[in-house]
Design a binder for this molecule. Structure first.
Ligand code: M6R
Length: 359
């Protein structure tokens, strides 16, 4: 039931602070240590490479998970688009471990990879929102997102829940390996900061609605740019915008602009820079200025400690491995209000289904 909300998507965006609190309560103990199945943690700890598989937004969450897992466990990880990986006949490491990300647990592309994995009797984990879903039943281990049903076709709370749960998993395996970064990571404290930060952003709906009207409703195209983890959010942000508002949007690695993409910038093209990583903030900022010099209308989503007075959205400071949990929120709301202001059916965009059960 969407209650007083006009669309499920807005309700689901608003639920994200609570989902963060729920995941923290469910999977972290009083002292902040993960409470996960010891067999699952051992299986990942004993692997020499983690293969993360997903489609669409779940794939984008996997890109963040790779960074978290590598940093906190030291185990190399790679991320694959399910529909590509299923038919690649990949060269695997000696002791691979597979992680499937799927909100629905029913995505046929991801399942096809799992069928191949099971044929080879390899261990796997499904991270899903739906208990007893196909992927959950067919994989060795399951972790539930605990996000409550996600009805809107555009995925929002499942993305942030996947990222938070991947961080919990990475900390669990990292602690088991006595990895110092994992032991030092105050994930419980940081998830509390994230929940509060999400709330402060969703409380700014009126301003975000206005920006959607001013910049996106009449736009033919829009670009998100960023580096590293911010690049992964830029492709998720662009997917959200194109999926429900039909504005042609793309996310780009900001350093790649000058290698071709910048030719697309026309006077008035909205370009949004996502800037949350201290090491690359200056570089992305210059790339954003280069687009402004070619006529782009630039906007920015910037972490507080890196912010300047001219920035559009200033998001609270949080650990660099968790910034997507906050930087994605303005992008979700921009997509929502662009779709709403264009008079579209936000929850049921054309040509799409919530769960894609064909390959
Ligand atoms: O249920 P899944 O997470 O496996 O779904 C994967 C994609 O179909 C899904 O994330 C899709 O990209 C969303 N509509 C994006 O908002």
């Amino acid at each position: 039931d969407k209650g007083t909300y006009p669309y499920y998507m807005l309700k689901e965006i608003d639920e994200q602070p609570n989902v963060m609190r729920k995941l923290s309560a469910e999977y972290l103990d009083e002292a902040g240590h993960p409470k996960l199945d010891a067999d699952l943690v051992d299986a990942i700890k004993g692997s020499d490479r983690i293969y993360i598989v997903g489609a669409g937004t779940s794939y984008h969450a996997g890109l963040v998970g790779k960074m978290q897992l590598e940093k906190l466990t030291g185990i190399p990880a790679e991320v694959h688009v399910a529909s590509e990986f299923a038919y690649e006949d990949p060269l695997l490491s000696e002791k691979p471990f597979f992680i499937f990300l799927s909100q629905s647990g029913e995505t046929a592309d991801s399942r096809q990879v799992l069928v191949n994995v099971n044929k080879q009797k390899l261990p796997s984990l499904t991270i899903t929102n739906v208990a007893n879903s196909t992927l959950s039943r067919e994989s060795t281990f399951t972790l539930l997102l605990q996000a409550g049903p996600e009805i809107s076709v555009a995925s929002t709370k499942a993305y942030t829940a996947q990222i938070a749960l991947e961080a919990i998993l990475a900390k669990a395996v990292g602690e088991a390996k006595e990895n110092q970064a994992a032991l030092d990571f105050d994930l419980k404290g940081q998830l509390a900061v994230v929940a509060q930060g999400m709330q402060s952003i969703v409380d700014e709906k009126n301003e975000i609605n206005q920006i959607a009207e001013d910049y996106f409703v009449d736009a033919n195209q829009a670009f998100y740019i960023g580096r590293g983890i911010d690049y992964t959010v830029s492709i998720e942000a662009a997917l959200k915008l194109k999926e429900i508002s039909y504005v042609h949007a793309e996310g780009f690695a900001s350093g790649e602009l000058k290698h071709g993409t910048i030719a697309l910038i026309e006077p008035g093209t909205p370009v949004i820079g996502i800037i949350t990583q201290a090491g690359t903030a200056g570089l992305t900022r210059s790339n954003l200025e280069e687009t402004a010099a070619r006529g782009a209308k630039t906007l920015s989503i910037v972490k507080k400690s890196l912010a300047r007075p001219e920035d559009t959205f200033v998001i609270p400071d949080v650990d660099e491995l968790l910034t997507p949990l906050l930087s994605v929120i303005p992008a979700q709301l921009l997509a929502y209000y662009t779709s709403l202001n264009k008079g579209l059916n936000v929850d049921l965009p054309r040509n799409l289904a919530k769960s894609v059960t064909v390959e």
